[in-house]
Each structure stands twice: as C-alpha cells, then as structure tokens.
Write a protein that binds this ligand. Structure first.
Ligand code: SAM
Length: 387
C-alpha cells in the first residue's frame, strides 16, 4: 500500500492536541487507566489504511482505537485479556439505536425506581435483611461476593446497587444489557468507601455517608444516551468485533489484518486488577486471575522485566504474523520509571519489532500536553512496516 501521507505530512499533524477535546462522543463512557488520547489513532488510521480495511488493536483497553475505526469507516478488531476492557470497548464502539435505547431505559428506570422507593422506606437496621441475602443467593452467579462488598460499600448503597444490577441482568438484549452495565460499573468507585485522590484503591478511614446511588446511575446513563446518539449519527456501518484474548496467541489468521494500531502495557504496568477490582467483583470477574495473566502484571517479582520483554516479543511475533505484507503497524509506548531507573521501551520495542521481521520506519514523540501516563515525560509512536 502506498502511504496516504508523507512522513513530512505526518510531522505536520497536531500530535500535542493541547486545545482538543479528548473525551468526545463515547470516549467518556468509563474511566480506564492509561488510555491514549483518541487523536493518536485518529491521526494514524487514515495515514496508514484505507476505508474498509481491517484494523487490529490487540491491547484494546477501553476501546479508544475502535471508536475511531468506527468513525473512520474501518473494520475494527479489539482484543484484550481483561474482560472489563472488552465490555467497555464493545459498548463504546457499537452504535445503538437511540430510540430503542430510550425505550429500554424508561422501562429500566421505572422498575428500579419503584423498588428503590420501597427500599428507602425500610429502616437502616434491616439493611442486610434475610430477604436481601436470599435474593443474592438466588442469583449467585451474577452477583458479587457479599463479604468483600460489605467492606467497600455502605449497606444502603449495596442495596441500591443490587437492585440496579438485578434489573439490568433481567434485560433480554445483550447489547442493551452491556450498555447499562458499563454505566453501572462507571459509578461504582464514586459510591464506594474508597478514599479519593489515590490511584490505588484504599478504604477511607471515615468515609462520608453515600446516598442517591440510583440518581447517580440515572444521570450517568442519560449522559451516555446523549453521547451514543451523537456517536450513532457519525458512525459508519463498518463492523467492530471485540474479544477477550491474549496478544501472545492471537486467534486470527495469518495476513488477515490491514493495519495494527495499538498501545501495549508498560513494564510494571498499571495494576488493572487492583484499580478495577470493584467493577470486576460486581460484574463477576476475578481480579487475581487477571493480574497473573496481564503482561506487565505482578510487578513485584524478580523476573518482572525479563517476563515483560519475553511477552512483548511473543506479541510482536503475533502482530507480524497476522499483518498483511507491505502493511503498517503503529505501536504507542512510554518509558516508565521502575526500580529507580527509566526503561527505554521506545528503543527496546523498536529492537523487538525488528527482531521479528518488521522494518522500523519512524518514531514520533509527543509529550507536552494530555499525557497518557502523567508521570512520564513523553510518549512515542513507533511506525513499522511488514515488508
Ligand atoms: C495501555 S493499555 C491500552 C489502553 C488503550 N489504548 C485505551 O485507550 O484504552 C494496555 C492494555 O493491555 C492489556 N493487556 C495486558 N496484557 C495483555 C495480553 N496478554 N493480551 C491482551 N491484552 C493485554 C491490558 O489489559 C490493558 O488494557
């Protein structure tokens, strides 16, 4: 494929995006640590692919790439080992009919509202009543472990969350149910006892009383509907597919991908399993399993760095295998501080890419504004071609 932009044109693009909105449309559905700004895939995808092409992000995270592939008329494939990431990605990138959404929302809110007004009338002493616990047992599969939940959520909050969750679980359409689950998950931290201001989750020493959980959920969903309606108007009819999977063993055919645009984890990466445990628990996923599966997870082991390079090498090998010859692979990376030193992942990833057969073409460095990882001084876009 001939390049649609010269390297000089690429350099002239605005990579800093100082004054740009980075939370437009569905990008703002759910918090996710170390997202990249949407302008990165928005600049890269038109430069290295054409309409109708299939674009892979095999570390898809919260689906930033997929929202952009959908807007740009490319077929997006997103893979992540974190099931919460896949849920968020799917919901953000799949256009839903706003009328359908609105109808289901009215039904959902009515059902929850009727029950919540009853719950709010019950004296506090009965909050963990036999009845609530029985209901919980009855739908054990999709409900969280109560012992853990009690520490993190006040009883009145737990009851409202259980009610909301049960009503969402009762929705027939998987796409609509997933939409509301993302809204539900996105408010969990704000209604929990977590101390604010920390990346890590810690229970606050004396958490302020939390209430009006349903109202928070409702206003989140209303905002999501507005954003989804705007997204749906601008979305193409390109397909997007999201699957839980491992970048080291991609379930994709050789040479089936026209471009890769991705953003791998860093050494001693964000401890997603820890940061997201409230959502993972409520949605029925197990954080411990996730931590050991994540590249860059289990940060305190002696072999963290070697494991990271080995895993990235396996991932690059897979990216090379699935990409069509002559096509481009863009990898965004930062240089983290770990064990008292800066790790030059830009240089290491370039070497790993070349070792598996890619031709390294160009590095773009950005870093004045809107950084993915606040503490890092810059982030680097590495451009490779499978020649
Ligand atoms: C830096 S984040 C990507 C963020 C994404 N660009 C966004 O905007 O949301 C890296 C992602 O790699 C995922 N990951 C870690 N190990 C993985 C593996 N073996 N296979 C697939 N994904 C993995 C993590 O779950 C995380 O979502």
């Amino acid at each position: 494929m001939t390049l649609r932009l010269s390297f000089e044109d690429l350099d002239r693009l605005d990579w800093e995006c100082e004054k740009e909105d980075t939370r437009y449309l569905t990008h703002d559905f759910h918090p996710y640590s170390s997202k990249y700004i949407p302008q990165i895939p928005r600049n890269l995808i038109p430069a290295f692919s054409q309409e109708g092409d299939t674009i892979l992000d095999c570390f898809v995270g919260s689906g930033t790439t997929l929202v952009e592939t959908e807007l740009l008329g490319r077929v997006g494939i997103g893979i992540d080992i974190n099931p919460l990431a896949c849920l968020i990605s799917k919901v953000k990138s799949k256009p839903l009919d706003p009328h359908l959404l609105q109808r289901e929302t009215s039904r959902l809110f009515e059902g929850i509202e009727a029950e919540i007004s009853l719950i709010r009338g019950i004296p506090k002493i009965t909050l963990y009543s036999e009845e609530v616990l029985r209901r919980l047992d009855a739908s054990q599969d999709s409900q969280p472990n109560m012992e853990r939940i009690k520490v993190w959520f006040q009883p009145n909050v737990t009851r409202e969350l259980l009610t909301i969750k049960r009503h969402i679980d009762g929705i027939q359409s998987l796409d609509l149910r997933d939409f509301f689950l993302v809204g539900f998950s996105s408010i969990l931290r704000s209604v929990s006892n977590a101390a604010s201001g920390f990346g890590n989750l810690m229970v606050a020493k004396s958490p302020p009383p939390k209430n009006r959980v349903f109202e928070k959920f409702k206003s989140k969903v209303e905002d999501m509907i507005q954003r989804m309606s705007d997204f749906q108007k601008q979305a193409s009819d390109a397909r997007t597919e999201v699957a839980v999977g491992d970048s080291r063993r991609l379930a994709l055919n050789d040479e089936s991908i026209d471009m890769i645009c991705t953003h791998p984890p860093y050494i001693a990466a964000v401890p997603y399993a820890e940061y997201q445990k409230l959502s993972l628990w409520w949605l029925g996923f197990e954080p411990h399993k996730l931590d050991s599966a994540l590249i860059g997870g289990q940060r305190s082991r002696d072999d963290t760095v070697e494991r990271f390079y080995r895993d990235m090498s396996l991932s690059f090998r897979e990216m090379y295998r699935v990409l069509v010859s002559g096509r481009y692979c863009c990898v965004v990376i930062g240089n983290p501080l770990y064990r008292g030193r800066i790790w030059r992942l830009d240089e290491e990833m370039r070497k790993i890419g070349e070792d598996v057969g890619f031709r390294f073409l160009k590095q773009i460095t950005r870093g004045k504004y809107k950084m993915t990882m606040g503490k890092m001084k810059a982030e680097h876009i590495l451009i490779f071609r499978k020649s």
